[in-house]
Design a protein around this ligand. Structure first.
Ligand code: NAI
Length: 391
């Protein structure tokens, strides 16, 4: 099957590699010749490196490069079974692209968007055959991150969902299905990893190096929140937070922070600008954490229970299944353990008590515990009726 990709930037070029490595002919489309040239050069470089490391033989690498065909003409998509859009995050531009696409593809071609923050329903609404539109959300870098969130819109046909999931499973990705709601699974559930860490810093409880140390060394996370924000880019990370917050009708739980906003305004974007929360210039030394385990455990616990609260609430609201919520966080952002599994290990009552203590201290909506945690704790403690999520 031929697969089309619109947008040859960071995501489009990565997805093209995944699809070509799975054996498909790929039509990679962009309005900018320079973007196409850059994507091709990048692919060649990556393939050469894989050959050098012995992960791929030369013939297979040449095959991958040959299968990615570049184009600036929509007509190239006419024989595609699926087209994935990965252009600029702008609804009006995306709608126009989907309309141009529908004019050339066959009627059973699946049309997918890699959008991180727009609703799939609003994109599907611009198409004549909305039932074939679906969200297919890869993570950066697409060839390395196993997770793909699949998001059916209210208009999407069941057959579209099944075909899309089967296809992406065949590309050896880990697929999860998410409801068409802001942030889908990962970008919603992960918010406190950044937000609560910044809050702890703003309140002067610990410095950034200590917070990063606690999450990494005591929590087992691969990167600390500040390191990770510097890696993602404070502009990108701030924008995701602000978008999710706005999309949730300004729910204070997702409120962005001034600390990060100022970093973005100052151009302290992180690794890509040489300065973020940390200094990446040559010869600069990184600050030492205060390795006090009592403080560290308290920091880890506060961030962890906030993450668990988001995961529990996402389950309660039917955003995804228990299994998919845990898979999403381990395979999309490398969490050391699924948050719902973690909650069971720590004890639901303990998590709930931790959240209630924060709520009592601050009286902020931010710390309100998900009703699912309360129901689960009552069920485990007092044999209350089991909540619907308990099978
Ligand atoms: P990017 O800026 O690296 O690439 C966008 C590409 O689209 C550029 O090459 C541009 O020339 C092209 N383009 C713009 N308008 C076009 C049009 N009308 N027709 C054809 N090509 C057009 O952007 P990036 O980061 O790859 O993001 C693309 C999409 O993927 C966005 O919807 C974003 O929200 C989503 N996404 C981004 C992730 C990331 O970490 N960067 C992660 C997951 C999703």
């Amino acid at each position: 099957m031929e697969i089309g990709i619109i947008g040859a930037g960071t995501m489009g070029s990565g997805i093209a590699q995944v699809v070509a490595q799975a054996g498909h002919t790929v039509w990679l489309f962009d309005t900018q010749d320079a973007a196409l040239e850059k994507a091709q050069a990048k692919l060649k470089k990556i393939m050469a490196r894989l050959v050098e490391k012995g992960r791929l033989n030369q013939a297979d690498a040449d095959g991958v490069v040959a299968r990615v065909k570049t184009s600036t003409d929509y007509a190239s998509f006419k024989d595609c079974g699926m087209v994935i859009e990965a252009i600029v995050e702008n609804l009006d531009v995306k709608k126009k692209v989907f309309q141009s696409l529908e004019a050339v593809v066959s009627k059973d071609c699946i049309l997918a968007s890699n959008t991180s923050s727009l609703s799939i329903a609003s994109i599907a609404a611009s198409c004549e055959v909305a039932e074939r539109v679906i969200g297919i959300h890869f993570f950066n870098p697409a060839p390395l991150m196993p997770l793909v969130e699949i998001i059916p819109a209210v208009q999407t046909a069941d057959a579209t969902l099944k075909q899309a999931r089967d296809l992406i499973d065949a590309w050896k990705k880990v697929t999860v299905v998410a409801k068409d709601t802001p942030g889908f699974i990962v970008n919603r559930v992960a918010r406190p990893f950044y937000g609560e860490a910044i809050r702890i810093y703003e309140e002067g409880i610990a410095d950034m190096a200590t917070i990063d140390w606690a999450l990494k060394e005591l929590g087992g996370f691969r990167m600390g929140p500040f390191e990770l924000m510097d890696y993602i880019g404070n502009d990108v990370n701030y924008t995701v937070t602000e978008t999710v917050w706005t999309a949730f009708y300004y729910d204070s739980r997702y409120k962005p922070s001034f600390t990060q906003k100022r970093m973005m305004e100052a151009g302290y974007l992180g690794r890509k600008t040489g300065k973020g929360y940390y200094d990446y210039s040559e010869g600069a030394s990184l600050p030492e954490p205060d390795q006090n385990e009592v403080v560290g455990e308290a920091i880890l616990w506060r961030v962890l229970i906030m993450l668990i609260n988001e995961a529990a609430d996402a389950l309660h609201l039917g955003i995804a299944t228990k299994e998919d919520i845990d898979l999403a966080m381990t395979k999309g952002v490398n969490y050391p353990k699924g948050l719902l599994k973690w909650a069971d290990e720590k004890g639901i009552q303990n998590v709930l008590d931790g959240l209630d203590k924060l709520y009592m201290a601050y009286h902020e909506e931010r710390y309100r515990a998900s009703v699912l945690l309360r129901q689960m704790a009552a069920y485990q403690r007092d044999f209350y009726p089991a909540p619907k999520e308990v099978k």
